[in-house]
Design a protein around this ligand. Structure first.
Ligand code: UDP
Ligand code: MG
Length: 317
């Protein structure tokens, strides 16, 4: 069914997941054994304070395909998944949360689509089962704003459950930026995409580590990393403010001094000062916008992203 030649790396970021390690292993192995595919399980311990590492070392005793990457401290899931991508040896790699919220039964579908030629197979989560209104609205707003300002399309429900081919991993290694969202960088790379839809499961053991604050930080990083629009906002705002107050100022002056207040506005001194003040505020904002353009250039150069990504170069045979 599956090509034996291809090896799949499963990347499992773990932070304080001692209760989930052996459970995840047995769930994954049920599926892998049926698929008869060459595999490795790469556990990335993201500075856990519990017995996560010991649990992984137990697995290593019985399965030589279990690899442990142990961080010196907690660096966050994005760094853990990046370390997995940068160090695994598979022809393809799939990111799986160790709490098994991503249904591992879907793995054959991912692999099939990959072997049919997709370079990136993205899991799309069906509607999230949460009652937390802030979370629902927050995530809606995030994708909406991202859609408006981002250079790349970020699909709602497209989380980390995704399989990427070796060619994508090799390009991924070239990213040097620190404030990163792994999935956004994969999206940025492009390549041939295919999709698998899935339903998220509830967490079996332990507590979720991704706090609300971490999520907001991640969203901010993504905005800043994928768009320069927020930086330029001040400039646009200034332009609008100065244009409107400028026109108003001219009209007021013409009405008062040339038409002898033909329209009967009786504009007071403080109102005139107000208009002048608004006009000047607009000019200051435009100045900030100008500085922002320079910062945008510095930002782009510092990220030092690859200028382009080649999928293939072919020659006439
Ligand atoms: N995780 C990690 N480092 C962190 C936080 C989380 O490696 O600082 C891992 C965690 O062990 C889990 C995955 O990232 O395998 C998703 O985390 P969690 O279940 O807390 O997030 P949620 O399911 O709420 O998105
Ligand atoms: Mg989870």
């Amino acid at each position: 069914m599956y090509s034996k030649k291809q090896k799949l790396s499963l990347l499992l970021p773990c932070y304080n997941e001692e209760a989930n390690i052996s459970f995840a292993y047995s769930e994954i192995m049920k599926v892998i054994k049926k698929m008869k595919i060459d595999y490795e399980l790469v556990f990335i311990d993201d500075g856990s304070k519990d017995n996560t590492v010991l649990e992984i070392e137990q697995l290593q005793k019985k399965d030589k395909n279990v690899i442990l990457i142990e961080f010196a401290r907690n660096f966050g899931k994005e760094m853990a998944t990046s370390a997995g991508i940068n160090n695994c040896t598979g022809d393809g790699a799939i990111i799986v949360d160790v709490d098994m919220q991503y249904p591992i039964e879907k793995l054959p579908e991912f692999v099939e689509k990959w072997q049919q030629g997709a370079d990136v197979v993205i899991g799309i989560r069906d509607k999230k089962k949460t009652n937390n209104l802030i979370e629902i609205l927050g995530s809606k707003a995030f994708y909406h704003v991202c859609g408006l300002i981002s250079e790349i399309e970020i699909k709602s429900g497209a989380l980390d459950y995704r399989l990427i081919d070796r060619i994508v991993m090799d390009e991924f290694k070239r990213f040097t930026e620190h404030g990163r969202m792994t999935r956004a960088l994969i999206d940025w790379l492009g390549f041939k995409q295919d999709f698998v839809s899935y339903e998220e499961k509830p967490r079996q053991f332990g507590e979720p580590a991704y706090s609300f604050v971490k999520r907001v930080q991640l969203a901010l990083n993504t905005f800043i990393g994928t768009s320069l629009v927020p930086l330029k906002l001040a400039g646009w705002l200034g332009l609008i403010i100065s244009t409107i107050s400028g026109i108003l100022g001219v009209v007021v002056v013409v009405n008062k001094y040339l038409l002898d207040d033909a329209w009967g506005w009786q504009v007071t001194g403080s109102a005139s000062v107000g208009i002048l003040n608004t006009f000047l505020t607009g000019i200051i904002l435009m100045g900030l916008g100008l500085i922002a353009i320079y910062i945008c250039h510095i930002h782009t150069e510092i990220l030092n992203r690859p200028m382009y990504i080649i999928r293939q170069i072919s020659k006439k045979k």
